[in-house]
Structure formats: structure tokens, C-alpha cells
Design a binder for this molecule. Sequence first.
Ligand code: FES
Length: 71
Amino acid sequence: MNQKRLVCLCKHVSALEIKKKLHAGALTTSEIQKFTAAGTGCGRCVREIDAIVEKYMRETRKDPQFRIIFK
Ligand code: FES
């Protein structure tokens, strides 16, 4: 996947930006929406964000019960 490809056209958010937020501690699609605004326009990209989040969690084996507090 081209990391610079825009996942969310409404909010101009790329796959790379989503992965950076996941790496920084975001754990869910809701958190990605909160921190990048991706998926908060027409909503067409939410399923793709879900897929990116799920793939990242599978690959990194992050425990969704483990929470990091963003400030
Ligand atoms: S394409 Fe992401 S909200 Fe519209």
C-alpha cells in the first residue's frame, strides 16, 4: 500500500498519518477520527480506517485493553 495515498479525501488524511497515530498510541477507529478527523466527513472511508486499525493491531499485537492517555 502506498503510505502517502489519501485514505480520507474529505479531511486529506493519508494511510501514513493514520499509522503514525496508531504508533503513537491510538487504538481504535474512533481515536483515529478524534486525532486526525479522518472519517468525520462523508464517512465513506471509515471501513478502510477500520481495516488499517485492525491490520495494525494484528501485526503489532496491541492489547486494546491497554490505554495510553493523550494530552
Ligand atoms: S472520505 Fe473520509 S470522511 Fe469522506
